[in-house]
Design a protein around this ligand. Structure first.
Ligand code: GLU
Length: 307
């Protein structure tokens, strides 16, 4: 298949929509990003990459980091993770407090904010504080992306902390239900830091390979997670990866994926490739408007999806 020609066609077709999305301005540092950027990349199992547009521009991965932290937590907590976090779509905005109150402080899934904050808490209990947890998360991301330069942006993390009232509220609510072990401030700060990790679409598509290959990096042979856990992470990405538009994403794109409010989306084509797209303008549910369209075009043009 001529992947390069397909990516070039997609870049042409999405251009008229670049003005339609709206950047996430509830994190002031993200509001400054030029919304009319677009990059897309894919990585095959032998490491071959194809890309188009701003595929080497670093951006804030935001909630895409939740896939990586959940992977790490599953590694040592296994199914015990599901005592503190569910695995059902929330059908609610990513930062909603209402459902968490009704459901006694147990977040619906690891990919909404409350769930990811809870995962960060589990990581802190395992790895300890003083930067160890963040160090382990960064080490893992650098390893799956095969890119040692990856780091987080301190300005973005600090900007979120200054305006993180809702995430602090979610963490406090879980703490009140005894579903958060560590200090609220420390958990939320660590969560913001891993959300502020910066990557480009080439790195992200490379980083998805272990999930396309039953938990094993097909290039290095490193086992990151069991096949069963890889299956489950993919399943949760498919059903919960796009906030309250997860059904819509599955309907249009037909792939396990995860979006972030920085405008990035990662997706997995099992046994074949990792995919990533970035365009900072978001739709009403907080997913990249053009990114979603680009992935829909990709699965339509290639006939590649999980269905
Ligand atoms: N750091 C962001 C927040 O907690 C992540 C949101 C997202 O990408 O969905 O609000």
């Amino acid at each position: 298949m001529d992947y390069q020609a397909i990516l070039n066609d997609i870049a042409d077709e999405i251009r008229p929509f670049l003005k339609e999305g709206k950047v996430a301005d509830y994190i002031p540092a993200l509001a400054e990003v030029d919304p009319e950027q677009f990059g897309m990349a894919l990585t095959l199992f032998d490491g071959t990459q194809f890309s188009v547009g701003d595929a080497e521009t670093l951006f804030s991965i935001q909630s895409i980091s939740k896939v990586f932290t959940f992977t790490l937590a599953l590694n040592f907590y296994g199914t015990d993770m599901y005592k503190r976090i569910g695995r059902e779509p929330s059908g609610n905005p990513f930062n909603s407090l209402v459902q968490l109150e009704y459901e006694h402080g147990i977040p619906r899934n690891p990919f909404i904010n409350a769930g990811a904050i809870n995962v960060t808490d589990a990581l802190l209990s395992h790895y300890g504080d003083d930067g160890n947890t963040l160090h382990e998360v960064l080490t893992f991301i650098r390893s799956i992306a095969d890119e040692p330069s990856i780091d987080y942006n301190e300005t973005v993390a600090a900007s979120e902390m200054d305006h993180g009232f809702r995430n602090l509220a979610l963490a406090n609510l879980m703490k009140s239900f005894n579903n958060l072990d560590n200090d609220v401030q420390e958990v939320v700060e660590t969560y913001f830091k891993h959300c502020a990790v910066e990557m480009d679409t080439k790195m992200l598509s490379r980083a998805m390979l272990y999930l396309a290959n039953h938990g094993v990096d097909p290039i290095t042979g490193t086992v990151h997670i069991t096949p069963q856990q890889a299956k489950r992470i993919n399943a949760v990405m498919l059903t919960c990866g796009h906030y309250d538009a997860s059904g819509d994403f599955a309907f249009h794109v037909g792939l396990p994926g995860k979006s972030g409010v920085g405008g990035g989306i990662v997706a997995v084509i099992p046994k074949l490739m990792g995919l990533a797209v970035w365009s900072p303008g978001l739709n009403a549910q907080g997913n990249s408007l053009v990114g979603t369209k680009a992935l829909e075009l990709f699965t339509t043009k290639t006939g590649l999806s999980v269905f």
